[in-house]
Design a protein around this ligand. Structure first.
Ligand code: M6R
Length: 366
């Protein structure tokens, strides 16, 4: 059932091009002019009345929500809050009938997320679930559902669910922005054709994993690893750190690169591995100066950058390139090397990759 792979996790990592293709299939207009989400029954008027979006989820799905916030705010200009489901309902959230609550859950069974969904409904919000499991509790509870078509995810560590959630979030943001007339036809077309390129680009990354494997073997016995990035790269850094902690038990922290000097820099000493994401062109120079800060403390820096970036090589010890992509879509590519890094580090350390200690695939207790 592992299809020749050693673990479900690596199988699922390799399934990502297909999972993403399935999730997009029939949802991209043939001429790239718009997104088709026939499942959604919102009218233009209803969407115009939305004053706020809250995204509620746990773990990796929460991290996907952070990327979703960026997409939704920039394209639809609606303010978005992202909340951890176990916190949401205990703080009297400011939610009413002009709020759209989006819950994200691979399994559709996470108890905290389900409870948050019920609370949002009770407060009058319109609710939408993004889930991978048809007929799951969350899919039944929400007013509307859009499915990621990732196929069953068995490994406890979520991989293909995350990337398909990102793809769906970007499509949803384009769709909502279309209803609210806040996106130009040109930008919409640009993003949709970018989405179409993703499966082939993911393949490209998966074809050459040797250098990532080597880094994982080399640094797999370090006890601390830092991930830094700005903007969308910061959201991806959080997912990279979670993945590493979860399956390799290495202590990892993700920091907004600009926050380093407000505390974390004290922990950066000689030999500490720092994974620096630098895929976002608009904050590139700023990220580079943060990379120089950690390099000056003799950290070992692994840069994740877009192909063609010759400059970064001067400042880092190793570079992993992702194929060139729109800054919005770069996270969907940039997370792959991080998933692989976590996987090979866990294998190197002899960890139980698919069933990390103390964790369950679906958390149905509070
Ligand atoms: O099924 P869900 O998406 O609701 O699960 C949420 C989290 O429990 C899950 O993403 C968890 O963080 C993963 N094990 C991370 O890899």
């Amino acid at each position: 059932e592992k299809g020749g792979y050693e673990h479900f996790m690596i199988k699922e990592i390799y399934e990502q091009p297909r999972a993403i293709r399935e999730t997009m299939s029939s949802r991209l207009a043939k001429d790239d002019s718009h997104i088709i989400l026939d499942e959604l029954k919102w009218t233009k008027q209803e969407m115009a009345a939305i004053k706020k979006i809250v995204v509620v989820a746990c773990g990796t799905a929460y991290n996907a929500g952070l990327v979703g916030k960026y997409y939704l705010e920039s394209l639809s200009r609606i303010p978005v809050e992202v909340d951890v489901a176990s916190e949401f309902r205990y703080r009297s959230p400011l939610v009413d009938e002009n709020t759209l609550a989006i819950v994200v859950s691979q399994s559709g069974e996470t108890l905290d997320t389900l409870a948050a969904l019920k609370e949002a409904k009770r407060l009058g919000a319109k609710t939408l679930a993004i889930t991978n499991v048809v007929g799951s509790s969350i899919s039944r509870e929400a007013d509307q559902v859009i499915y990621t078509w990732a196929g069953p995810e068995i490994a406890v560590a979520s991989t293909k669910a995350y990337t398909t959630q990102l793809v769906l979030m970007s499509m949803l943001a384009i769709y909502i922005a279309g209803l609210r007339d806040t996106i130009s036809a040109e930008r919409s077309r640009e993003l949709i054709s970018g989405l179409r390129n993703l499966p082939a680009q993911l393949h490209e990354i998966l074809e050459d994993v040797e250098s990532i494997k080597t880094f994982a073997q080399k640094y797999g016995f370090n006890e601390d690893v830092f991930f830094i990035g700005r903007s969308l790269d910061y959201a991806v850094a959080l997912e990279g750190a979670l993945k590493l902690k979860e399956i390799s038990y290495i202590h990892a922290e993700a920091y907004a690169a600009g926050e380093l000097k407000h505390g974390t820099l004290a922990l950066i000493i000689e030999g500490v591995p720092v994974i620096a994401l630098a895929t976002q062109h608009d904050v590139y120079e700023k990220t580079l100066s943060n990379i120089k800060e950690v390099k000056a403390r003799d950290a070992i820096v692994i840069g994740i950058a877009q192909q063609g970036d010759e400059q970064i090589k001067k400042y880092v010890d190793h570079t992993i390139f992702i194929p060139q992509a729109d800054k919005f879509l770069a996270p969907i590519l940039a997370v792959l090397p991080l998933q692989l890094l976590a996987y090979y580090a866990a294998v190197t350390r002899g960890c139980d990759v698919d069933k990390p200690r103390n964790l369950a695939k679906s958390v149905t207790v509070e």
